[in-house]
Write a protein that binds this ligand. Structure first.
Ligand code: SF4
Ligand code: SF4
Length: 181
């Protein structure tokens, strides 16, 4: 169903891998600020940003979590950029079946960056002292709520199929506690 168009601010994080030194402060602050209650603990495995690290090759790639995808892709290519070799997966933001990134360690539920909604600035951007993460905002025209709701329902249905409704409800309860905390 098509709704009316409205303007929306789209936030993205620009990543400069040359500036990242792999300190993982972004993972720590992301997991701490999303803990329930807020700041009650930090576990980078729960972070919605992960730093792919290979110190011997001076490879550090911070990636923030995007959408859940139900099937793994066929991409297994390698890229060489400025003399450094990267797996194709290193740049991918998806929570997918073929790797552990962006999954809640206990439930296996996908984690997705929410741009630290409610905060003045994304916490990872604020805490990256090397300016490897820069917030960018642009205005776009998007369809009104109807479409968003449709997309959300499709997403929830596929999650419920994969994980079962109980786990979904647990995750929602945890998320709402973390918002209150
Ligand atoms: S806080 Fe910045 S420099 Fe440190 S790992 Fe994250 S992106 Fe890299
Ligand atoms: S913007 Fe917020 S939720 Fe997203 S990765 Fe950074 S700290 Fe985590």
């Amino acid at each position: 169903m098509k709704g009316e168009k409205k303007k929306k601010i789209i936030k993205t994080i620009k990543i400069d891998v040359d500036k990242c030194n792999g300190c993982r402060a972004c993972e720590v602050i992301c997991s701490a600020s999303h803990a329930a209650p807020k700041y009650s603990g930090n576990n980078p495995a729960r972070a919605r940003i992960r730093v792919i690290r290979d110190p011997l090759k001076d490879v550090y790639v911070p990636i923030y979590a995007g959408d859940y995808v139900p099937a793994e892709c066929a991409g297994r290519d390698k890229y060489t950029i400025d003399g450094k070799e990267y797996d194709e997966c290193a740049f991918c933001r998806a929570s997918c079946p073929s790797r552990d990134e962006f999954k809640e360690p206990d439930s296996g539920l996908p984690l997705k960056c929410d741009m630290c909604e409610g905060e003045e600035e994304p916490m990872c951007v604020k805490w990256c002292l090397n300016d490897a993460l820069i917030l960018e905002e642009r205005e776009e025209e998007v369809e009104e709520e109807a479409e968003t709701r449709e997309e959300m329902e499709i997403g929830l249905e596929s999650l419920a199929k994969k994980y079962g409704m109980d786990k979904i409800m647990d995750a929602v309860a945890r998320m709402s506690m973390s918002k209150k905390g």
